[in-house]
Design a protein around this ligand. Structure first.
Ligand code: NOJ
Ligand code: CA
Length: 735
């Protein structure tokens, strides 16, 4: 390890940021331990500051500073010693006091190592992933308390991961975290692609702004949601994508969020420094820990090209290997569903309009009058099964199949659903038998209405019912405020619940796609039956007034960094007024070609064709792309990318080896040249190109597309135009 000289840049920045002279000295200090990434792209410095003994790190990309010296540590609740009372010790500590765990440290030992391995994901954007990093483990002790805290750094060529580790120790056996104080001191007023920090939802559209503009833009960024708790005028969520003036792409997120609250970032007013902000529990405290234990990884991805960020597997790599011996039951899924029918406002989840309120077990559904708009009827579900079988889909999602939807949302009701009792017009046995006779499966739906206590009460019976009828996947949901009341969607208690649901499901060979759950942090590597999540603003918002066209160019950099999204693309009828008989006048802000491209640009092993069968029947030539496109890949090539602007991605299907390309743009029309160098040299392919028509436009003419065919080789470059809110999709057949 060698001593690093104080950098002038750090001093200059600290002065510019208006720090006082003492903190300027501390901020300028670089630490005595250094780690470089395997290819020497990134350099980490770490040490404890001379004056306060604060663990401090900084990060450089080549000769460019990425993170200036930034403090690390925690504040703990003051009664960490309480358990000593029961064991004969005294109880002198006080819960209302704060124990600082971010100063007074001395370094006891430093170990470095290197790791290089290649692993095979069960499903993914490619068939093998290299995990190559250099590691630094720093073991520290706090003077006075004797508390032991280690920090483990893993430095990759495309980023840094670090986590706090607490060895088993008598003096710090149990502790409660008041706040984590990890800083990310950025070097300037970078461009950020952000959504408001919130303890309950990520269902916001993105704002692209300078860091210094976040505070002013926050009020308009906080749009309504059925459960939301924004916490600060400068709080934002991870995965946060940043771009510097000299075109570095920096992403802040976390990996392997287990038994710990979800981390947000809060910009310290008047600075460019983010500080971690954990989601609290109902009492306001944040994390409940027992040593030995560790936190999730804090991740800082850094590249000089946006495409390399999309190719980064750092978050997955920081997760543990697969926890299951047998994964043969986990399969990617392409599905249709009785869903848009309700989300669009055309029909209902509820069976009847008779009841203003429903009490499960007491409501007489058999004698209730049908409202005539219920989606999950035997007749309608059979129609979807026929459609799925005819067009090669694996599954049919059916929502609103079970009793309780008459008053499911907005009432903080404990016992809403039992997850096993079908409505009278949904014959669970016959419909599953019918689906399976046609080579299709039904997909289960468990809307918990955020009554999590109630879901855990019924979960095992619900999973058993699924096994009984041959369901192997469930879409679950957490709409509304959490019960137990006062808990938040992203608190430690809920983080534990989501994983419990996944691991219990695995015992029944069930795959889980949880909506409104905490945003993913790469746990699908360890638990690959976590086949998808929503946890962001999905297509449903196109029916709740619309999303901005730039959303889908940002999500792959942010939300998808931690795992796939069940975005539910594929809407072909954009004007919902006529579709819903005037119930909903929203417009889907996309062209048909853009919707096709999302099957490639929005990676997921779980892809839905979300629109109604009768809408696809009107555009069968365009629908062909959705039928053809794969959902599991052996290779992905990120051809063009700029967050907030455009994306062009090529992917090769795992089994067939067939290539597909998707391209999308934001609210601007664009011309792009797409190189086909990924195709096998010396071969000729027929490219089927689904493009926006010259007069296409998401706002005025979204259904105008042109399908053309062209013979191409790997030496060709396709010249393509995208309409506003548009895009293109291409499939390649080798001739
Ligand atoms: C919200 C989900 O995102 C949506 O897909 C689902 O249809 C509704 N909740 C009802 O569960
Ligand atoms: Ca949702």
């Amino acid at each position: 390890m060698k001593r690093i000289p104080i950098t002038l840049l750090a001093i200059a920045t600290a002065i510019l940021m208006g720090c006082d002279s003492k903190s300027t000295r501390e901020a300028a200090w670089q630490g005595e331990h250094q780690l470089t990434s395997p290819g020497k792209t990134l350099t980490l410095q770490f040490g404890v500051t001379p004056e306060r003994g604060t663990p401090t790190y900084s990060l450089q990309f080549g000769d460019k500073a990425v993170i200036l010296p930034s403090a690390m540590g925690f504040e703990l609740r003051g009664d960490t010693q309480k358990k000593e009372f029961w064991n004969g010790g005294d109880i002198t500590s006080n819960a209302s006091e704060v124990l600082p765990l971010n100063s007074g440290f001395t370094i006891k030992e430093v170990k470095s190592s290197t790791f290089d391995d290649t692993w095979t994901p069960v499903w993914g954007e490619e068939s093998s992933i290299r995990n190559h990093y250099n590691e630094l483990l720093v073991c520290m002790e706090q003077e006075g308390t004797g508390y032991l805290m280690n920090i483990r750094f893993r430095l990759y060529d495309d980023g840094l991961g670090f986590r706090y580790e607490f060895p088993a120790q008598r003096s710090l056996a149990y502790f409660v975290i008041k706040e984590e104080r990890t800083e990310f001191a950025l070097t300037g007023d970078h461009t950020a692609f952000w959504i408001p920090g919130d303890y309950d939802t990520q269902e916001y559209d993105y704002v692209e702004s300078r860091l210094s503009e976040i505070e002013g833009l926050m009020p308009q960024a906080i749009t309504p949601n059925s459960s939301q708790t924004p916490f600060s005028m400068t709080g934002v969520q991870t995965s946060l994508q940043l771009r510097t003036a000299d075109s570095l792409y920096i992403n802040l997120h976390e990996a392997a969020l287990v038994d710990y609250p979800c981390m947000h970032l809060e910009l310290r007013p008047g600075t460019y420094t983010f500080v971690s902000h954990l989601t609290p529990d109902a009492t306001g405290w944040k994390g409940y820990m027992q040593t030995p234990c560790y936190t999730p990884w804090r991740t800082i991805q850094v590249t000089d090209d946006a495409r390399k960020l999309l190719a980064s597997r750092l978050v997955l790599n920081l997760n543990e290997p697969c926890a299951y011996d047998d994964v043969s039951w986990i399969k990617p899924v392409k599905y249709v569903g009785v869903w848009w029918y309700m989300i669009s406002g055309k029909g209902t989840w509820a069976y009847t309009d008779d009841y203003p309120t429903v009490k499960l077990g007491q409501t007489d559904y058999a004698n209730a009058s049908r409202n005539g708009r219920h989606g999950a009827t035997n007749e309608n579900v059979r129609r979807y099964i026929d459609f799925a079988a005819e067009h090669g889909f694996d599954q049919v999602l059916v929502e609103g199949w079970n009793e309780g939807w008459e008053d499911w949302a907005g009432n903080s009701k404990d016992y809403v659903f039992d997850f096993v009792t079908p409505y009278p017009d949904f014959d669970i046995k016959a419909l599953n038998a019918y689906a399976q006779s046609k080579g299709v499966r039904l997909m289960m739906h468990h809307e918990t209405s955020s009554s999590v206590r109630n879901y855990e009460r019924h979960m095992h019976k619900a999973y058993e019912l699924m096994e009984q009828y041959g369901y192997n996947s469930v879409k679950s949901g957490y709409v509304g405020d959490i019960i137990p009341r006062g808990e938040y969607h992203y608190g430690q208690w809920m983080v534990n619940h989501y994983l419990y649901a996944v691991t219990e499901a695995a015992k029944h060979h069930i795959m889980v796609n949880a909506h409104e759950a905490v945003r993913p942090t790469g746990l699908c590597r360890t638990y690959p039956n976590l086949i998808g999540n929503e946890s962001a603003r999905g297509t449903e918002y196109q029916s709740f007034g619309g999303s901005k066209p730039h959303l889908v160019t940002i999500l792959p950099f942010t939300r998808l960094n931690g795992g796939p999204m069940d975005y539910t693309p594929g809407i072909f009828e954009m004007d919902l007024g006529p579709v819903t008989g005037g119930n909903n006048n929203s417009k889907v802000n996309a062209t048909i070609a853009n919707q096709l491209a999302l099957y490639v640009t929005m990676y997921s092993p779980l892809q839905m064709a979300a629109d109604l069968p009768e809408h696809y029947e009107k555009f069968m030539d365009a629908f062909q792309f959705i039928k053809d496109v794969a959902v599991d890949w052996q290779r992905s090539e990120y051809l063009l990318a700029e967050p907030g602007d455009y994306l062009v991605i090529a992917r090769q299907a795992k089994e067939s080896g067939q290539w597909f390309v998707g391209g999308i743009t934001d609210e601007h029309k664009r011309h792009v040249d797409v190189p086909l160098h990924f195709l096998e040299a010396g071969r000729t392919y027929e490219a089927t190109i689904y493009a926006d028509a010259p007069d296409a436009d998401y706002a005025t003419n979204p259904q105008a597309y042109v399908i053309s065919k062209k013979q191409v080789t790997s030496a060709d470059v396709l010249s393509l135009d995208m309409a506003r809110g548009g895009g293109f999709a291409i499939s390649f057949e080798q001739l």
